[in-house]
Design a binder for this molecule. Structure first.
Ligand SMILES: Nc1ncnc2c1ncn2[C@@H]1O[C@H](COP(=O)(O)OP(=O)(O)OP(=O)(O)O)[C@@H](O)[C@H]1O
Ligand SMILES: [Mg+2]
Length: 445
């Protein structure tokens, strides 16, 4: 438990500092208060009228302290609303009186008014015969404010922050581990990390690579991914690649479309197929009609070539999902699907298929099985290690080849974990991926 907290010390440090900052902010709001202080002695004259004054007893002293704190006396002293604190000094007949005020003078004046009102009350109304009030030390106030108490406030803020940090650290230590480094992805899939895409706030407004200028970091990421793909198998390059992932929302569709544009820009004829027959996205991304597409061609209503649409990127065509069918998995397993892909390989240098997530439905595995290989998208800090492993197992179970992973939405400063600095450059991939090639499964006509 302690090691989980110590292991996340930066988090605990940050929450503690935030606690101090919040406390400091809160302490600047209240007006500084000064405290006036005075001490009086409550004694009783002997019944005979002469002799030494004697103690009225702790109970009586206590009851006068309560009287001093009451609203009536405050009203009498003309300090309505101010809090009077009267504390009997243990073992004596003395009462220490404290009253706060916005300045040292005001605090002393209020305290003095309370002592005077109390003395007058005792002498004029004589609540108990023979009672005398002597001032031991007259009202005065220190020149430094007594509240807010900065030291205490900051210490409480730091402690609260520390506890919060420790709680978060403990909660996180219990949470399943997520993919956070290239090694995680590499060891679980037994395939290299072919690229990374940093989290891009512009993704919502400019999802297509063609909308970005050539120096944009997303373009640079796609150039690296494209190069690494080329290095994978220099003699017989993959022609049909399925892009999938463990779960929804990991960046499959956006990464596939970006990669397709990057590939087409090098002069290759590229076809992008929306293989997600449940949640298609490519038609919206490219702003094309979806009514005619893959499903339309599969049920034989139109020839595949007639269902394909051109995009604004020269060399890049798109086959949308078409009308959504009630039985996507069955449709993707048909001979018709196999021969459609085979037929289209004649016309294109490369076909990229955007597939649904592997752990949700079988479609992704089916598409990967009829491709030359699969690219597995992993979302940094979100995809769990066990989910990625399960996804890799599903691909292996259908005999699909995992070409590599692409880690998306990485923090912008993660080069040490994923970048060239960690040795994951093109040479690295070339070395790492010299695996034997699996024969293609789709049939050509
Ligand atoms: N690099 C990125 N930076 C910021 N946002 C991103 C990035 N990549 C993807 N996104 C956003 O994440 C969301 C999911 O992306 P996308 O649709 O590509 O995922 P998906 O894996 O295809 O999802 P699904 O499984 O639902 O098809 C989208 O809103 C997209 O804009
Ligand atoms: Mg998608």
């Amino acid at each position: 438990m302690l090691s989980a907290i110590i292991g996340r010390w930066p988090l605990v440090l940050v929450t503690s500092l935030v606690g101090v900052a919040v406390a400091a902010l809160a302490l600047t709001f209240p007006t500084p208060q000064y405290t006036g202080i005075a001490e009086i002695l409550v004694q009783k004259a002997p019944a005979s009228g002469d002799g030494a004054l004697r103690s009225p007893g702790a109970r009586v002293v206590g009851s006068y302290a309560a009287l001093l704190e009451g609203d009536d006396l405050a009203a009498e002293a003309g300090i309505d609303g101010a809090e009077v604190r009267a504390t009997p000094r243990p073992g004596t007949d003395a009462i220490v009186i404290e009253v706060d005020g916005p300045s040292a003078d005001e605090a002393a004046a209020r305290t003095r008014a309370v002592v005077e009102a109390f003395t007058a009350l005792v002498s004029e109304q004589a609540p108990e015969p023979g009672l005398t009030v002597t001032t031991v030390s007259s009202a005065s106030a220190g020149t430094s404010p007594t509240s807010p108490r900065w030291g205490l406030g900051l210490a409480v803020g730091a402690l609260a922050g520390l506890l919060l940090g420790a709680l978060i650290a403990l909660a996180r230590s219990g949470a399943p581990a997520v993919v956070g480094t290239a090694d995680d992805a590499k060891s679980l899939t037994d395939a290299p990390v072919l690229g990374t895409v940093a989290h891009d706030p512009e993704m919502a407004t400019k999802p297509l690579l063609s909308q970005l200028d050539s120096h944009h970091p997303r373009r640079e990421s796609m150039r690296i991914l494209r190069t690494n793909l080329q290095f994978l198998d220099v003699d017989t390059p993959q022609q049909v690649i399925t892009v999938t992932s463990s779960l929804p929302g990991e960046g499959k569709s956006t990464t596939t479309s970006s990669l397709a544009i990057a590939l087409a820009e090098t002069g290759r004829r590229v076809l992008l197929i929306d293989g997600d027959l449940r949640k298609p996205r490519l038609d919206t991304l490219f702003g094309v009609e979806r009514t005619i597409g893959l499903t339309t061609a599969l049920v034989g209503r139109v020839a595949p070539e007639s269902a394909i649409q051109a995009t604004r990127t020269p060399g890049l065509d798109i086959l949308t999902s078409g009308t959504l069918p009630p039985n996507p998995s069955e449709l993707l397993q048909t001979e018709a699907m196999l021969s459609l892909v085979g037929r289209l390989t004649e016309r294109y240098d490369l076909i990229l298929i955007d597939a649904p997530p592997l752990l949700a439905v079988t479609d992704g595995a089916l598409l990967a099985a009829l491709s030359d290989g699969a690219l597995v998208i992993v979302r940094h800090g979100r995809t769990r290690l066990d989910e990625l492993k399960a996804a890799a197992d599903r691909l292996q179970a259908v005999g699909a080849r995992v070409l590599g992973t692409v880690i998306t939405m990485t923090p912008r400063r993660s080069t040490s974990r994923y970048g060239y600095g960690s040795g994951y450059g093109p040479e690295f991939f070339a070395r790492e991926t010299a695996a034997p090639r699996r024969p293609r499964r789709h049939r050509r006509r």
